[in-house]
Design a protein around this ligand. Sequence first.
Ligand code: ADP
Length: 732
Amino acid sequence: MSLANKLSEERRARLAAERVLEQKQAELQAANRKLGQHARQLSNEIVETRAEVKTVKDENERVKSDLTVANEKVEQLERRLWHSIETIQDGIAFFDSDSRLIAANEAWLSVFDGLEDIRPGISYVEILQFATEEGIVDTGACAAHEWRENMLDRWQSNAPQPQMIRLWNGAHIKVIDQRGHRGDVVSLAMNITDTVRYQDRLKHARAKAEAASRAKSSFLANMSHEIRTPMNGVVGMAELLQDTQLSEEQMLYAETIKSSGEALLVIINDVLDYSKMEAEKLVLHAEPFDLERCIHELIMLLQPNATDKGLQLLVDYDLFLPTQFIGDRGRLRQVITNLMGNAIKFTEAGQVTVRIVGVHSDDDKVAHLHLTVEDTGIGIPEDEIGHIFGEFNQVDDEHNRKYEGTGLGLAISQKLIEMMNGKIWVESEAGQGSCFGFSVPLPVAEELAPDCFRVASQLNTALVVDPSDTSCAILAKQLGVMGITATCCGSGEEALKLNPEQFDVVLCEHHMHDMDGMELVSAMRERETSTPFIVISDSCQAAQQDPAHRHAHSVLQRPYPRSDLFRALQSLADLMSQPEQIAPEIEAETDLDPRAMRVLAAEDNKTNRLVFSKMIKALDIELQFAENGLEAVELYQSFKPDILFTDISMPEMDGKAAAREIRKLEESAAADAPLPIVAMTAHALDGDADDILNAGIDHYLTKPLKKAAILDHIQGVWREELRPPLPEDQDG
Ligand code: ADP
């Protein structure tokens, strides 16, 4: 090969090598650039990482210091918490879920009096064991093992009830255990010794106060009795004094003593009742009673006052209303007495009408009674009406000033009615009259057949003769219910004009102007009018003393219970089937000399015996006294009285025991008619009336006794075969 070729070949090779070198150099440069870039990136990353590490380090430092602060705080809080727990005087202990003691404060541990075994780790069962074995708790009547079992049962329940524990030293601990949700238990032991002692003191003080209050009640009872007994003497003697020969001045003195004594008794009763209500000591005693009878008894009691003032007392008792109710008879009577007493007191002329209606549903056996007392008296001015039920409130005007009173009666009545779940109200117009009313729900104690008051068909028409429109209207309504059509007229002359022959019966008021009831029946008989005649009179006694009363079929004492009116008409209807007996004529006097009535009075107090004997001295009767219940029972057997009046409080045997004894004797001897027994009582407190009536006593009179009331009772039991107690020339 030529040199040139060789040279060119070498040049080509060199050129190729140079190109390879260039390429490799370029590649090396590129790699270097990449490396440089990577190195820069790495260096950047290192810088960043370093910064991050620093941040984390800082953060770490901060967290560390925060943690230290937090730990310090926790420690401080724990210290404070324990300090607080230690400061608490009640014991606190913590138990884990295995019932082992974790910790307890000093107060809790002190109960165990430094026992070393009572320390964290001890179980609850062991604690109970120590408590009983070391005599720390006083388990009382409960045996130690029983006490521990009870305590453990309680501990294991989900929500243990608080438990009272008594310690050996008399301290009382109330244990309250609270279970947490991980099974831990916090046990709180509160020392309630002071509270228990305070409660004991309170109980003691309460018992003492109750004893004092009972003493006060019995003091009130005794006081009322003690005051009333001598007052009976004062008022009774003053009344007797008035029956003697007195100068006008002396008569005034006697009247003043009597009325002041009576007024004082009213005040004493009002104040007693009111103070009992204030002390919430007044309780109602519900028992079956006869409302209609109760109202008629009241009318009889108030009749003398009304008659003195020329007022008529009328009763309108709804014929469809039952008579027997269950309620506090005495307290209802007190309210009605107050309303009627006021009506009579504040009425100078006209009448006082008591109306009783009631809504009675068979389902609930409770009647909603509605009783009103209407009068035609002075009335109450409009601006005063709102106040009169308040205590000591009285209308103060020229019409009212002359009437006496305490102003407590209506306040007491209102409270009583409210206690019976009822309400009381008044409607009144000054100068026209007042209408006081109350409504009370009262359970009914009887079944009333709707037609129980229908009389036999012989009686269809009646002539009612009465000057009072109200009275006529009431009677006509009652007759209507009995199936009798009534025609009313206002005087005897009018009755005669109406031709009484055309009626089946004539019912006539006794006292009328011009021609009274007895004159009317005499006139009718003179005209040979034989229509049966029934006289209605405020005083049966006066009517029976009139010889003309024998022309009458019967005399009805006003106010009459519906049953009396019904009985009188029914007996008439029965007689009409034997016509010859309808118009009784004067019977031939019997040859037999009737005996005098025998009256037995049991009374231990000498003055009261004197008052009693003086009050009935004008009567044609035989009177014997017993000085106690025993003597009364003996005399009942030997003297065979027609009526017994008995005091309640007497030595040896009281009036109630004597009445019970007499009722027993009557039962064993199967006596025909029971002896009428009338109690004379000075008791003013609860339950007395009930006790008296439950002892078999028929009626009771409250002391001071009234002559008229005694006479009424004696007259009420008089029978045809006995000598009339009042001589013919006496008008009572
Ligand atoms: P007292 O009758 O003892 O004064 P009450 O509380 O019974 O006490 O009556 C309060 C007052 O109400 C009476 O003083 C009288 O002013 C008035 N009042 C009560 N009832 C009537 C009545 N029927 N008519 C007129 N005023 C009456």
